[in-house]
Design a protein around this ligand. Structure first.
Ligand SMILES: Nc1nc2c(ncn2[C@@H]2O[C@H](COP(=O)(O)OP(=O)(O)OP(=O)(O)O)[C@@H](O)[C@H]2O)c(=O)[nH]1
Ligand SMILES: [Mg+2]
Length: 419
């Protein structure tokens, strides 16, 4: 081998080595790549199995919930906690017992609500009962104390008609017998309850619930800002919690943010919202779509949110009439409720609204909102007496659980609670 040959061989060997090294490097990388791929596949398989396992668990829970009638609602809603053993608890428990509840039937939810109701009516009570009790003392009622009571009732927005009714009954009783302070309050409670109960009795329905096996359509109507959308959100929660298949129709197409507001409420209670995002969409067309969806999905309760204000050329009542017409045409056997939402804090103004809606909107009931923190809770009585509307629900707060079916006993007890 010559020197040149030797140099060439060395060069060749070096190139071969470099090549082999490169090939080995590539093989190593290929192996690493395959290993990674394998691991990725395994990871995905594990994830898939995990998802399937969770899905199975979820289905099991749903089946179990359905079987045992346990409501399935979003976990994000905070459950009320048992507070102190205080005056609020004692009063609430006593109200439940007075209605025939057994100790083991009492829930924290109920105590929580009654506490809210009593607290909510505090302002109304302050300017009314507290003063009344101060004036009455332990002495028997006199014609003068009746005059005081009359003023107080009017001031609490109870309305002239209801006030007249109560005062006349009390006067009649006074003519017949001596009535002490405590007996006077008891009689007052009875009279107020009679006034509130009358339209409820007349309607033939003590407690408004969706009728199973039929499509129930509840329209929420009222002027702007009274709490229609919030109330609808709370109703959706109550309804889905009670295992009614529920759907929401976003028929307030006037206010741009209304649909988003409803979707947030829908999400909280796992209820779908049917909407049409396009500008100036026709509310009746949204209701049309919602009814189609409701029929397809076998919905029990369709909740319809409506606008509180429209462009001036459109009339609120015309729009409501159009919505009603669509419902009557598409589902003539649906059970339709037109519920007027009233903001208690608007007092006599709210009463005026109720009267004008009642004239043209063919209402079947009322929902009183914002009873928390107003001194005008007495307006509920005026709605019953002067507009003859059964009160179906009351709201006392902005939370999802701050709405309950109306219970006249609880309401009057909270209104006239003596502390
Ligand atoms: N404190 C209190 N606030 C309430 C209650 N119900 C509703 N609200 C508040 O009232 C405001 C108006 O409520 P909405 O539900 O938007 O009223 P709306 O009638 O749908 O209003 P429009 O769609 O504009 O006609 C909101 O800030 C609610 O949080 C209640 O019971 N108590
Ligand atoms: Mg609204």
């Amino acid at each position: 081998m010559t020197n040149t040959d030797s140099d060439n061989s060395r060069e060749w060997a070096s190139q071969a080595y470099a090549l082999l090294k490169k090939r080995q490097e590539e093989q190593k990388q290929e192996l690493e790549r395959r290993e990674e791929q394998k691991q990725e596949l395994e990871r995905r398989e594990e994830q898939k199995q995990e998802l399937e396992r969770r899905e199975e668990q979820k289905q099991e829970l749903i089946d179990k919930a359905n079987k045992e009638n346990i409501p399935i609602v979003s976990k994000t809603i905070e459950e009320p906690k048992l507070g102190e053993f205080d005056d609020n608890f004692t009063w609430s428990a006593m109200i439940l017992v007075a209605q025939g509840k057994k100790i083991n039937q009492i829930s924290i939810d109920e105590i929580d609500w009654l506490t809210k109701l009593r607290r909510g009516l505090e302002e109304t009570r302050k300017g009314f009962v507290t003063e009344l009790l101060d004036k009455l003392g332990d002495d028997p009622l006199t014609p003068e104390s009746l005059d005081d009571l009359e003023t107080l009732l009017i001031r609490a927005d109870v309305g002239i008609d209801s006030t007249d009714k109560v005062i006349n009954s009390l006067r009649k009783k006074l003519n017949e017998e001596v009535v002490g302070g405590e007996a006077g309050i008891k009689f007052l409670k009875k009279e107020l309850k009679l006034i509130i109960d009358k339209p409820i009795k007349n309607s033939g329905v003590d407690l408004l619930v969706p009728e199973k096996g039929k499509l129930n359509v509840w329209l929420l109507v009222g002027v702007n800002g009274v709490g229609k959308t919030t109330t609808l959100g709370k109703l959706a929660y109550l309804s889905s919690r009670s295992n009614y298949k529920t759907l929401i129709a976003a028929a307030d197409t006037f206010r741009a943010a209304a649909v988003e507001q409803l979707k947030v409420w829908g999400k909280r209670s796992n209820v779908d919202v049917i909407s049409n995002q396009s500008k100036n969409a026709d509310p009746a067309a949204v209701v049309f779509d919602a009814i189609n969806a409701a029929k397809k999905r076998n919905v029990d309760l369709l909740l319809v949110d409506t606008a509180g204000r429209l462009q001036t050329k459109n009339n609120l009542m015309d729009e409501l009439a159009k919505i009603k017409k669509i419902i009557d045409k598409k589902v003539p056997d649906a059970i339709v409720e037109s519920l007027l939402v009233l903001d208690a804090s608007q007092g006599q103004n709210g009463l005026k609204q109720a009267k004008s809606f009642a004239k043209s909107a063919n209402l079947s009931g009322a929902i009183i909102t914002k009873l928390d923190g107003t001194s005008r809770g007495g307006v509920s009585l005026a709605v019953s007496e002067e507009v003859n509307l059964p009160i179906r629900f009351i709201g006392a707060g902005e939370g999802i659980k701050d709405l309950r079916p109306f219970n006249s006993f609880e309401f009057v007890e909270a209104l006239l609670a003596d502390k």
